[in-house]
Design a protein around this ligand. Structure first.
Ligand SMILES: Cc1cc2nc3c(=O)[nH]c(=O)nc-3n(C[C@H](O)[C@H](O)[C@H](O)COP(=O)(O)OP(=O)(O)OC[C@H]3O[C@@H](n4cnc5c(N)ncnc54)[C@H](O)[C@@H]3O)c2cc1C
Ligand code: FES
Ligand code: FES
Length: 1490
């Protein structure tokens, strides 16, 4: 049935189904349905019907191709361009069983392929940790990661499955041209076939906790592992670097981690540990050490397979670049952290703050490369032979010659070529494409050649990008200054391309063939006049300029049966400039928002002879700005009116509409114009030689030095303790760095275990019309389906604390995309996921609310309402008396927790008495137990919840983990089998909730002298579809809206917006950071309007000791003024303020900013009953101690601190004390591990238990003397029948705030306090930025473990910096689904985002007269998070200067996060004016910011 193009699918009587298969072909001729297909309905669609449509893969009519139109599965903003692409006006749709896309191969083709590959072998063989593996029947569906983990080597983790987090990093070694080549690889995207004939090394292969590898030992001892989930990947990235280059520079060490993420540590300690292996810093400008290494690795690309190959030959010293010469003597490394150069003033060990001493480092074993796991000798003689294995629907081929490859393609044009698989695996995993035939090309030598011709460089199309980096380095030398401009531009592009692990496998052909509109290589290749060479059996060899290669969104001139074999990149001629640009949300490992490649050739009189200005991110394909190029040709470069004319032409070239797919129309246009302006500037200044390096040049880009930092190691402690206060490593650190530490998904499998996969709503608000599971239940391996009908009663479906307002499974209506509807159970994860996709859900859509503004307008709130106002306070009178009254709006976005371990649970059903064990990655064992009992209809005493550790929590597993664990419990009971599920990253992000976005409309009265008089504010947060903890979170925001300032009259009111997004939840800080952000926003805006320095305004209004907060709590031990003064002096604040102002006076295009932000954070749960804890201490008669307490370990070092407390109290060594797990059958009725109070609460409970035991041991201590060991004491007491077990308990005294009763008890037990200074530099043309330096000083009392507490401060600061600068959750307007569902689209800070200089200290020398906590320590988990906002406010400072230069005197209301987009658009200038786009009536931004 062909529909009228303008008639929507809804015109067929129903709405566009959730998933469709579409076939793209100008003239689709035949359609063959998969077995389970329901119907075929060819229709013609207009683009707006199908915003998600993928390019289709059809080639020959004989190869039938299906492609699922996934509503949410696209990465980045790649797909966004599609709906503007006219080539998509005819799309054939076919609704089927919800299975993902399949490329189908006809029986004839299969037979022909079988004949062609009859001589191919089907046995895959490789080495895994030096053990030979031979797979006779390899599973064609699994990745390298899945294989490794299936063997029981669970050290290699799954963090994202999209190559974006590095948790799965392994080393892959191969023997090439007589040498070992070592590279770090993301096992999650590596096809198993890619390791044939290679050596795979996992974290288990290099060491164990008794004999760790030096990389493992140093990361553990230097506190580089907190939750440990990222750690194996981080270890392997560095190990891979050392295999390739045992003497790396510091720059190379930093760079080896550009594809790894850690959410806990803030990276500093990992960097420190890594740098103990470095031989020099490699910093721009030169290390004080010999420059030899820098010359060899001028571009910081020493890691990876940077083979120095010319014409297929290895040259040089007979060793590949960076390869280890095993015959050489081992390098001697000192046993303490060396000054890399031996100089006393080495630039590495000289602290960035010259007032401070260099950091101390622990003792560790020397690194001797010769002791590393040897490359298996047998692989040196391995000759790859052609491989073929798999099933008719999933077949892998690995030809070893180009000829074989071309023959395969001739027979089966739809055979998918797989180079590095960094695109293909994303399509397979997230876009659900199932390629019937895949051909791995990584072992075809003809596709990896390198040739230097007279005219330029010719490279094999499937050379890896890491190798290409090395080749381009050589090309720069070979073609010298005159000819190397294209290669320099490409090198710059590659440095910002993905992470190291991706560059180690990804290939240029993969990038070009993908034809992504934001490909990084294509704009430069297009601008440089590069060509692709294509070959096929029937078509022979042909060439095509890149500029002619792209035909439409992700479609190219490549014939289906052809292969890209080579890439020709011409050298430049005289008078030519080439440059590349890229702006992304994050500097490392991020896809571009806009990128560009530009080339100009000037003749006499600077007349433009040739010009290419090519852009990505501005259209459905990489495009040339044709009008601008035409305008510039023949014009004189450098003349002002020519620049003006070019800018006008660019406006015509890129006339993006407001609602442009991918969003950011004004920013994208600004970037396009700014990039050209930069190019213009660079060419103009260099052609005339008029500028020096120091000049303020528009084209100067932000660069960063090697990271450095300092921790004040003097302990704020009285020194009387034997253990407490020492900077001891995390007790599980060695297990974490060696991969021995187990998380839920690492637990051994039960033989009858089932794996679950959630069926999630794809609609934001809809009635459920029909759920059809028939097809899913028919699928291979599927055992069952669970939904709301499987609960003991309808009431049991309800959960949530404190309000029981959420259902585990939707009943007849869904309220957000990502809400669970059902749970499919199967024998494997893959089967469960495939079946979950096959569940058909029909919806009838209902109106949805997403943003706080929409909720306010529609009065959509939860009933919870709180206010703080002193009785009888005359607010009107106060405002009337104030000299000024200012009003404003503060707004900040939410934040994804991005714990590296996603939510995971396993419920083990037991045949007796309704018993069940629930293993969960949860911060809240008791709530997990309570709801598992409720949903299985038993009392709590039948259920045990056990938590060994979590791979991060940050509040995200305080309540939301209960959803998955309870669903597993329901399923386990129904199936009478163990049920496990670890959510994929995208599922976790879609369903589990985030930090709340906040909005406040404030009014502040202030006097001329800067004294605050009154604050009135409405505070709203976006709670999502259920209340969860939103009420308590908005309460904490209200109580922190004063930050550290005394305001005599306050009236603040808090509401929770009810919307159709996932239910937002606790996140480190719990509303506190949002409240303080509102405060510092109004402080900044008031200061600007009073024309007063914000520092002065702050100082004038600081609380004084003994003053009362607006919720009537007397401030005791208030140290903010001391902290503030100390940090100012220590960090040279005043001098640096002057220097920043001076810099800004002389610089227009780069601006610096500085901010000093104080904080106070109230410690206690605001729900009184939660302020209690229990502990259980057993002393066995051998003297060993088993400790249990109610807190859970999520990386924050709680167990380490608690073991230290017990050891100190009982007078034993730390090794004597062991914590096995947190379990509800050892300590009952626990509070969640949250609110920064767990050390206080559990530490006191432990002390209470230890006190009891000490009392009982007293007679034995007296009898056996002070030197008696615990073994002697325990043995003696045991034989005297003394109870050596004690149950401890603690409840926080004095607190008990009652909302609405200003005379009630204090809200908080005490306040943790601090201050931070941040200095930033921004590029006013692009919004690019760096944090040059940050200093943080915290008052955390007398620290229990200084190293762990510093780890918390660093981690929280960097997490806070992410919150306020780069982390942005976006929803798609057209379907209400979360867009930012993985590391590809959601950016947390990486290794090179941390402050270049990062210095920490603790407040010392104060008495803490009123502090009555365990060891007089203070909670530290949450309070430093707000310190990250100093970076935001420093940016604000810098932006103000840019606006001033541009004559913009308007008040700056900067919302958080300050993304590059916000920074650039706040730096208003002529370019942003030109780029301005007005929304047409009813036109909306592509994304929603809730
Ligand atoms: C975490 C991550 C980060 C990324 N970052 C970036 C980035 O910063 N910039 C960027 O531009 N891209 C980025 N990408 C995308 C991707 O890495 C690149 O496009 C890469 O170059 C693809 O190369 P590949 O060899 O892995 O391609 P593959 O996935 O193997 O193949 C991609 C496509 O190319 C085809 N193909 C491969 N070789 C040939 C050949 N010889 N002839 C014909 N067709 C061929 C395949 O059939 C397939 O259609 C990123 C991807 C990931 C997963
Ligand atoms: S799991 Fe492989 S990179 Fe994240
Ligand atoms: S230690 Fe890195 S993510 Fe937890």
């Amino acid at each position: 049935m062909i529909l009228d193009p303008r008639q929507s699918v809804a015109g067929m009587g129903h709405r566009l189904p959730t998933s469709w298969t579409h076939v793209h072909s100008e003239h689709p001729t035949r359609i063959q349905l998969p077995r389970t297909a329901l119907s075929v309905q060819p229709i013609t669609l207009w683009p707006d019907h199908l915003p998600h449509a993928r390019p289709l893969l059809s080639d020959k009519p004989s190869d039938i191709v299906y492609a699922l139109v996934s509503s949410t599965g696209m990465r980045g903003n790649l797909f966004a361009a599609l709906s503007t692409d006219p080539s998509y006006d005819r799309v054939l749709l076919h609704q089927h069983d919800n299975q993902h896309t399949s490329t189908m191969v006809t029986a004839d083709t299969q037979a022909a392929l079988a004949a062609l590959t009859a001589t191919y072998t089907s046995t895959l063989s490789f080495y895994l940790n030096a053990q030979r593996v031979s797979l006779e029947v390899p599973d064609p569906t699994i990745t390298l990661l899945e294989y490794i983990r299936s063997t029981g080597l669970t050290g290699t983790k799954l963090g994202c499955a999209e190559g974006g987090c590095g948790a799965c990093t392994v080393l892959v070694q191969s023997w090439e041209d007589g040498k070992v080549v070592s590279k770090s690889v993301n096992a999650c995207i590596a096809p198993l076939i890619s390791v044939d004939g290679k050596h795979v090394v996992t974290v288990e292969g290099i060491g164990n906790s008794t004999a760790p590898h030096p990389v493992q030992e140093r990361i553990a001892k230097m506190h580089g592992s907190q939750c440990g989930f990222c750690t194996p990947g981080i270890v392997m990235s560095l190990y891979a670097l050392l295999q390739q280059n045992p003497e790396p520079t510091e720059a190379e060490v930093e760079e080896c981690w550009d594809g790894n993420l850690c959410r806990c540590t803030g990276y500093r300690p990992i960097l420190d540990a890594g740098k103990t292996f470095a031989t020099g810093c490699g910093r721009a400008g030169g290390c004080c050490r010999d420059q030899k290494k820098e010359d060899a690795h001028a571009n910081g690309n020493g890691n990876g397979d940077s083979t120095t190959v010319k014409n297929g030959e290895v040259d040089g010293d007979g060793l590949l670049d960076g390869e280890i010469d095993f015959t050489s003597k081992p390098k001697k490394v000192p046993t303490t952290a060396p000054s890399p150069c031996g100089k006393t003033n080495c630039c590495r060990t000289t602290p960035s703050n010259p007032k401070q001493p260099p950091p101390s480092t622990p003792t560790f074993a020397p690194y001797e490369p010769s002791k590393d796991l040897a490359f298996p000798a047998k692989l040196k003689s391995f000759t790859p032979s052609a491989l073929a294995f798999g099933t008719p629907t999933r077949r892998w081929l690995r030809p070893t010659t180009l000829d074989e490859l071309l023959k395969i393609k001739a027979i089966c044009p739809s055979a998918k070529i797989v180079g590095g698989s960094s695109e293909v695996q994303i399509e397979t995993k997230f876009k659900g494409v199932n390629f019937a035939v895949s051909v791995y090309t990584g072992d075809i030598p003809e596709l990896r050649t390198v040739e230097f011709t007279e005219d330029g460089l010719v490279i094999g199309a499937n050379i890896t990008l890491s190798s290409l980096e090395g080749v381009l380095d050589e090309a720069c030398e070979h073609f010298a200054e005159k000819g190397s401009a294209p290669y320099r531009a490409l090198l710059k592009t590659l440095r910002g391309f993905a992470g190291r692990q991706i560059r180690n496998v990804a290939t240029p052909a993969g990038n070009i063939a993908t034809a992504s509109p934001i490909s990084d290589l294509n704009p430069v290749l297009m601008a440089t006049g590069s060509k692709v060479v294509m070959e096929s059996v029937n078509g022979g060899t042909s060439e095509c300029y890149i500029r002619d290669f792209f035909k439409g969104y992700r479609s190219t001139a490549l014939e289906p049966e052809a292969v890209i074999t080579k890439l020709v990149i011409p050298a430049s001629k005289g008078g030519e400039w080439v440059q590349s640009y890229k702006q992304a949300k994050r500097k490392d490992d991020d896809i571009a928002i806009v990128n560009a490649g530009m080339r100009v050739r000037l003749g006499g009189g600077y007349v433009v002879e040739e010009i290419d200005l090519c852009y990505g991110g501005m259209a459905p394909t990489t495009v040339a700005s044709k009008k601008t190029m035409a305008f510039l040709k023949g014009k004189v470069w450098g003349e002002k009116d020519v620049l003006e004319g070019a800018m006008k032409s660019l406006e015509e070239d890129f006339n993006l509409p407001f609602g442009v797919p991918g969003g950011m129309p004004i920013y994208r246009k600004s970037l396009a114009f700014s990039f050209f302006f930069k190019f213009w500037s660079e060419v103009t200044t260099t052609m005339t030689g008029t500028a020096s390096e120091d000049d303020d040049l528009p084209h100067a880009e932000i660069t960063r030095n090697i990271s450095a930092g300092w921790r004040d190691e003097e302990i704020p402690n009285d020194g009387n303790n034997a253990i407490v206060g020492k900077p001891l490593p995390h007790v599980a650190a060695l297990k974490q760095v060696t991969g021995e530490a187990q998380y839920i998904d690492d637990l051994p499998r039960f033989s009858n275990e089932l794996y679950g996969c959630l069926v999630l709503s794809t609609k934001a608000h809809a009635k459920i019309v029909r759920v059809d599971t028939d097809a899913a239940l028919d699928m291979s391996g599927v055992a069952g389906y669970v939904d709301h009908t499987d609960l003991p009663s309808p009431e049991a479906n309800w959960w949530g604390a404190p309000r029981c307002d959420e259902v585990f499974f939707a009943v007849d209506e869904v309220f957000c995309a990502g809400q669970p509807i059902g749970f499919i159970l199967a024998d494997t994860k893959a089967h469960a996921q495939a079946a979950a996709r096959a569940v058909v859900v029909e919806y009838e859509e209902l109106p949805a609310i997403f943003t706080m503004e929409e909720a306010i307008a529609q009065d959509s709130f939860f009933a919870h309402y709180r206010f703080i106002k002193r009785d009888g306070d005359d607010m009107d009178g106060a405002f009337a008396k104030a000299d000024h009254v200012f009003e404003g709006v503060a707004r900040m976005g939410g934040q994804e927790h991005f714990y590296l371990e996603t939510n995971a649970a396993m419920a083990v059903w037991k045949p007796e008495d309704g018993e069940m064990d629930v293993y969960s990655s949860t911060q809240n064992p008791t709530e997990t137990q309570t709801y598992a009992a409720k949903v299985t209809g038993v009392p709590a005493n039948r259920v045990v919840c056990k938590v060994k550790r979590m791979g991060g929590g940050f509040g995200g597993k305080e309540t939301r983990s209960v959803q998955l664990s309870s669903i597993c419990a329901i399923a386990a009971k129904k199936m009478k089998r163990p049920v496990r599920c670890m959510l994929d990253r995208d599922e976790d992000m879609a369903t589990s909730g985030q930090r709340h976005p906040f909005l406040s409309r404030w009014k502040v009265g202030v006097n001329n002298d800067g004294k605050l008089v009154a604050l009135d504010a409405d505070v709203f947060c976006n709670g999502g579809w259920t209340q969860d903890l939103s009420g308590a979170i908005v309460e904490r925001a209200l109580s922190h809206i004063d930050n550290v300032y005394y305001i005599p009259h306050v009236n603040v009111r808090g509401r929770v917006c009810k919307t159709n997004i996932h239910s937002n939840t606790a996140f480190r800080g719990f509303g506190g950071p949002q409240g303080m952000f509102i405060c510092e926003s109004y402080m900044s805006e008031i200061a600007d309007q009073l024309n007063m320095s914000v520092d002065k305004l702050r100082e004038i209004n600081f609380y004084k000791e003994g003053q009362k907060t607006h919720f009537n709590q007397v401030l005791e031990d208030f140290h903010v003024p001391q902290i503030y003064e100390q940090i100012k002096v220590e960090a040279d604040y005043d001098e640096r303020r002057k220097a920043v102002d001076e810099f800004n006076k002389t610089h227009r295009w780069r601006k610096r900013g500085l901010a000093l932000i104080p904080t106070k954070f109230g410690i206690s749960f605001t729900a009184l009953f939660l302020n209690q804890a229990g502990a259980l201490v057993h002393i066995y008669h051998d003297g060993s101690i088993l400790l249990a307490h109610g807190g859970t370990e999520m990386g924050q070092g709680l167990h380490t601190k608690m073991c230290m407390v017990a050891a100190e109290e009982l007078g034993v060594t730390l090794e004597n004390v062991h914590i096995s797990e947190t379990a509800t059958n050892t300590v009952a009725n626990t509070s969640s591990t949250a609110a920064s109070a767990s050390s206080d609460l559990n530490g006191m409970a432990i002390k209470n238990a230890c006190d009891q035991i000490n009392e009982r041991l007293k007679p034995y201590r007296e009898k056996l003397g002070p030197d008696a060991t615990m073994k002697q004491l325990a043995t003696a007491a045991y034989f005297d029948r003394v109870n050596l077990s004690a149950n401890g308990f603690y409840k926080t005294p004095t607190i008990g705030y009652e909302w609405g009763n200003e005379n009630s008890k204090p809200m908080f037990f005490y306040f943790t306090q601090g201050a931070a200074i941040a200095e930033v530099e921004i590029d006013t043309l692009t919004g690019d930025w760096k944090c040059e330096r940050a200093d943080v000083k915290m008052d955390i009392g007398r620290t229990i473990n200084q190293a762990i507490d510093y780890g918390q401060i660093e981690g929280a600061f960097v997490q806070g910096m992410g919150l306020f600068t780069m982390e942005e959750s976006l929803w798609l307007r057209h379907n209400g689904n979360l867009f930012t569902k993985g590391p590809g689209a959601y950016k947390i800070p990486g290794f090179r985002d941390v402050p270049v200089s990062f210095n920490l200290s603790m407040l010392k020398g104060v008495p803490w007269k009123n502090l009555r906590t365990i060891q007089r320590s203070k909670g530290v988990g949450e309070p430093p998070l707000f310190m990250g906002s100093a970076v935001f406010f420093a940016m604000r400072d810098a932006i103000k200067s840019a606006r001033k230069d541009a004559g913009n005197t308007g008040l700056l209301a900067l919302h958080s996060p300050a993304t590059p987009e916000r920074i650039r658009l706040a730096c208003t200038d002529e370019i942003t004016e030109r780029a301005h786009v007005n929304a047409k009536e009813k036109e909306h931004n592509w994304f929603i910011q809730p």
